[in-house]
Ligand binder design. Structure first.
Ligand code: SF4
Length: 212
């Protein structure tokens, strides 16, 4: 019995070391792709980094690297992999924005299915995004949470989706939504739950690059 416990212990250590080495290798590969804008084995990196998401974050913490790099890699690689299909989608293109981007003084009505109905009052950046969306044939949804994303996917059935959120939420939602349609993601530059900000020009340039 003692022998079995010892064997189990060894197996566990070997497994932990293997996970550490594989995750570190995938992280290095992903970081290289991300920095050089030259994606190597994208599907392998996506699969492995989602599988070992928590160990990858732990490795970053241990080596004093910012944890968000894991999400940045996943988002950028997903963007690169899906860009062509995204650009070619002409029907029912959607932009999904978090409600925390609204001005604290926003008076938009919240529809129980579609989320906040922006009136383009100009008090926050959403007005600019909605105006660009009208021009480039996208529909904008300003959502209070994940449950609204599910409702929109069901009711509007987008052909392609451009999402804005904080790192962790964007990583999770891009993985979930990409099973059904091409996606692109842009991360918030100021996150939190209140008065958040995104690089509006980056969001608009993602819409602009699509065939109108
Ligand atoms: S621009 Fe739209 S979302 Fe922003 S405060 Fe005005 S109505 Fe609300």
């Amino acid at each position: 019995m003692l022998f079995s416990y010892e064997l189990l212990g060894r197996l566990f250590v070997y497994l932990a070391v293997a996970v550490f080495l594989i995750t570190a290798m995938v992280l290095l590969l992903g970081a290289y792709s991300f920095r050089k804008h030259k994606i190597i084995f994208p599907n392998f990196i996506l699969f492995m980094l989602y599988l070992f998401y928590s160990p990858a974050k732990w490795i970053c913490r241990v080596f004093f690297i910012k944890e968000d790099i894991v999400d940045e890699i996943l988002i950028e690689i997903r963007n690169a992999v899906m860009l062509d299909k995204f650009k070619k989608t002409k029907e029912r293109r959607a932009v999904i924005l978090p409600q925390c981007m609204r001005s604290p003084k926003c008076r938009a009505r919240c529809d129980p299915i579609l989320g906040y109905e922006c009136t383009k009052c100009g008090m926050c950046d959403i007005a600019r995004i909605v105006e660009a969306a009208d021009k480039y044939n996208f529909k904008v949804f300003v959502v209070p949470g994940d449950s609204f994303v599910r409702k929109i996917l069901k009711s509007y059935n987008p052909g392609a989706c451009l999402g804005v959120a904080c790192y962790v939420e964007l990583t999770e939602s891009m993985q979930a939504v990409s099973k059904y349609m091409p996606v692109q993601g842009v991360c918030l530059i100021k996150d939190g739950c209140y008065d958040t900000k995104v690089d509006v020009d980056e969001v608009i340039s993602k819409m602009e690059m699509c065939d109108v």
